[in-house]
Design a protein around this ligand. Structure first.
Ligand SMILES: Cc1ncc(COP(=O)(O)O)c(C=O)c1O
Length: 356
């Protein structure tokens, strides 16, 4: 009986999936918030919801992020859903979308499902982005500028400023903003430019099973999103869950939970990566460079024989060529002792390929 998207395979410490550690999912606090939401809002928490999202949650999100109003906030079923909705709204089949390279690999399928053409650019080179945008008359640029997937890295301030000021429509995937371990994240592109749409989610900070997140965009874009057929027909997205989230946020349970997550994921990061120049200071991933002569795809079956798994770097590039020298390692869903053991196994697998 299959219930969840992924469960560990026997004998393999899997660093491939960006899923939360099960014991960090707040089942008890969420149950209390659900009861409270139903007691407080009664039938209004269970019927069709207001199309852009219920006011209590839009107001809470706006106050929480601090750089958006409720009118600039549309409640979604998470970042993946937000990306699909925004792409549906901003593109026609055949239009070009620029994607940062490397980037979140599952976004590619969301785009191609909607029949847009993808062109890879390096968001760290705003001149290259501007040239590609002109050449292809691009609908928008998609990127994960903060604690990115797969790199764990954040775009430096200068590039942020230049992209935000470029006039190009930008879809900013801000999935990992709150999971910082050393210092708070840089301000979002959203808060410093025009024509920027930000995607937020509660998948990483509360639970992916909620399928709940939001879009920040101009009020007229929010109105257009609310008028989309599937939203108009079905009402506000995940309305009952959204009402529970408003209570979970407003009660202070969210803030407390995120503080715990930062401590726990920091400890998990440090277990996998005790010291490295490229250690990420937020998010869930380490973009580990392999020694010369090791190919990420060939390493995978060897690593699995040693009881550890990962995603080869090639998965995150559109060209099928780049990324052979990298692996993406997730430290999100194993406890520290397992992460230390996984790092040891990976090291042994690499040394066996090198013949050491
Ligand atoms: C960069 C990025 N965007 C989006 C998602 C998916 O987010 P959601 O669960 O809110 O759909 C993930 C999850 O792995 C991600 O890493």
């Amino acid at each position: 009986m299959t219930i969840v998207q992924f469960e560990h395979r026997d004998g393999i410490l899997d660093l491939g999936w960006g899923h939360p550690l099960p014991s960090l999912l707040p089942a008890g606090a969420w149950a209390a918030a659900t009861e409270e939401a139903l007691r407080t809002y009664g039938w209004k928490a269970l019927t069709y919801g207001h199309e852009p999202g219920p006011a209590p949650l839009r107001e809470w999100i706006a106050a929480h992020v601090g750089d958006a109003t409720p009118e600039q906030t549309f409640v979604t079923a998470g970042t993946s859903h937000g990306l699909a909705l925004v792409t549906q709204l901003l593109t026609s089949p055949g239009d070009v979308v620029l994607v940062d390279s490397p980037t979140y690999h599952y976004a590619y399928k969301i785009f191609t499902d909607l029949h847009v053409r993808l062109i890879a650019v390096r968001a760290g080179d705003p001149d290259e982005v501007a040239r590609a945008a002109r050449e292809h008359d691009a609908a928008f640029l998609y990127l994960v500028p903060t604690f990115g997937n797969p790199t764990g890295r954040s775009l430096p301030g200068e590039q942020r400023r230049r992209l935000a000021a470029s006039g190009l429509t930008i879809v900013e995937d801000d999935t990992y903003r709150e999971l910082f371990y050393d210092r708070p994240a840089s301000p979002a592109l959203w808060s410093s430019g025009e024509r920027i749409i930000r995607l937020g989610t509660f998948s990483k900070t509360v639970a992916p099973g909620l399928r709940l997140g939001w879009i920040n965009a101009g009020p007229s874009t929010v109105i257009e999103l609310a008028r989309l057929g599937a939203v108009h027909s079905g009402g506000g997205v995940n309305h009952t869950t959204a009402m529970t989230m408003a209570v979970f946020g407003g009660s202070g349970a969210y803030g407390k939970h995120v503080l715990t997550l930062r401590q726990r994921y920091r400890a998990q990061r440090d277990a996998l990566i005790p010291a490295a120049d490229d250690r990420p200071d937020g998010g869930w991933f380490w973009w580990k460079e392999l020694p010369d002569g090791i190919d990420a795809e060939s390493l995978l079956p060897v690593a699995e024989r040693y009881g550890v798994s990962f995603v080869p770097g090639t998965a995150f590039f559109l060209d099928g060529q780049s990324g052979h020298d990298r692996v993406r390692l997730s430290f999100s869903h194993l406890p520290p002792a397992d992460l230390r053991e996984a790092a040891r196994r990976l090291d042994v697998a690499i040394r066996s390929v090198l013949g050491q």
